[in-house]
Write a protein that binds this ligand. Sequence first.
Ligand code: BEZ
Length: 211
Amino acid sequence: MSLRLGDEAPNFTAQTTEGEINFHDWLGDGWGVLYSHPADYTPVCTTELGMTAKLKDDFDKRNVKVIAVSVDDLDSHKGWINDINETQNTHVNFPIIADSDRKVASLYDMIHPNADDKATVRSVFVIGPDKKIKLTLTYPASTGRNFSEILRVIDSLQLTAYHQVATPANWVDGDDCVVVPSIATADIPAKFPKGFKEIKPYLRMTPQPNK
Ligand code: BEZ
């Protein structure tokens, strides 16, 4: 059965390019991104892994660890990393899981047989410090993911977790936010000292609290 938001992210042990890990121990008490690739030595994946390496500081400052998975073995991953470093002008600085037995791909339902019965689709799981799944995305093999969107949604998730605001359509960092419905309007001034605008009783906007 597929994983849903709020489910616990299944734990596993696996070989990675940075040694064996227990996934939950590796996550520690921070946030995580687990994402899959159809296979090693494929063009779109090469650009995605290079982009992830270049964004390490952006993930670090959000307290997010990133780990990739593809259904090839460690030797293949290691050779491919050389190509990624060379062609994307970077240095892969995060682990890639060797999942040739498809253990992780099966646990996270990353193989969609009607799309391809062997390769994984492009899945993304954002996992919170409580090990619960906060976001799932599924892209086809032919579409590289938008890493600005992955960072944007992590910002939104963290604003909700730490500041009790939600984010409206097309929100980007710095825009006004929505006060979550569970906060009574009478309680807003004390919680949001930057002020708020009540457009409707159910639609209360406030400047981004952590700016
Ligand atoms: C790939 O790079 O993984 C890919 C590109 C086009 C179609 C399928 C896969």
